[in-house]
Design a protein around this ligand. Sequence first.
Ligand code: PRT
Ligand code: MG
Length: 222
Amino acid sequence: MTGITIALSKGRILEEALPLLATAGIVPRDDPTRSRKLILPTSREGLRLVIVRAADVPTYVEHGAADLGIAGRDVLVEHGGTGLYQPLDLGIGACRMMVAVPDGFDYASAVHRGARLRVATKYVTAAREHFAAKGVHVDLIKLYGSMELAPLTGLADAIVDLVSTGNTLKANRLVAVEEVMVVSSRLIVNQAALKLRRAEIQPLIRSLAQVVAGQGQEVVHG
Ligand code: PRT
Ligand code: MG
């Protein structure tokens, strides 16, 4: 047996995924929040975690460098989902992707007038689909971070970004005006790996599904 690799990102996804994995009997041998290792063996023989950038998780799984992964719906929409199964919503990393504008900007009437809006975002695929569906004319400006700075500097009229507490928007005098999508993290699986190594991967999906469904106590296999 060749072992199973699960890709996930440091930060909020790892923090929220660790308790889920632990309930399924999967515990990293080193503390992943402290360790600088990028490959983490776990309590389960032959099962390891690899730590990659959030946006790189689907790429690792698509190409089979990882068999499974944990990635936000935001990241999966941008990736496109080629070669991936998405069998399970893990319910972690919950937030909403929103359109936001400077406090005082009348978004509704700009849209009503048919104005062309400059929208800065990391999520160009999701944004393009959203505004196309609404019939809003936009010029999308691709950014890699700190979207909230764009309207403050005149780079854009609006942004599309993730919002959880709303504190970041508030601190920058921005207001959310429209929901693009509800976001949470999904378990993703390489399609070929699932076919070829179903006997190893299927039980893992099933035990995580039970953990998510709140039947955690029954699924620790050691
Ligand atoms: O940070 P890095 O550049 O390495 O990559 P990343 O930003 O993609 O990773 P990370 O770890 O920050 O986010 C990983 C995943 O967490 C995302 O892909 C989402 O699926 C999920 N997630 C959930 C969030 C948030 N909530 C969130 N609030 N990702 C980012 N944010 C950011 C948001 O972009 C904004 O800057 O937090 C800020 C807003 O938060 P509030 O609480 O002020 O509203
Ligand atoms: Mg981040």
